[in-house]
Design a protein. Sequence first.
Length: 165
Amino acid sequence: MHQIELEMQNEELRRAQKELEESRDRYSDLYDFAPVGYFSFDKNGLIIEVNLTGAKKLGVERNFLIKKPFSLFISSSSKDTFYLHLRQVFSTGVRQTCELKLVDKKGAEFEAQLESLPVQEGNPGHCRTVISDITEHKKVEEVIRNSLSYTESIVDTIRETPCHS
């Protein structure tokens, strides 16, 4: 009788283990192949963890990025913005957003939005950050600004031109 109970418990443990592994694999796929970069940083801006998308966007193998300063991939004009962003994340304890210019391994700059949230459980002193490439969004904004400026100049010209009947 005792043997049957043990076998039933073992079967239940195997089933739970299999479900746990399937769940982990689903999470891993969602994390690694997300359309945005996922990073974990410590308070100094060292990369603790990164998904495949984030590493690909920077043009670097994921294992090379671990324990490296993220500032290596930030345009010099945006470094202060990044460190201020980190300070705000850790001092306020709430989600913070900023925009800055990143530089990939080949030196190509792109516009990025960072959205960070401090980690409360497990690894306090870390934050999780979503990095979205907003380069195309910024280009569209510029086109709209230029179009509005052009339209305003036409309207101003029409206002200034006397009407002759």
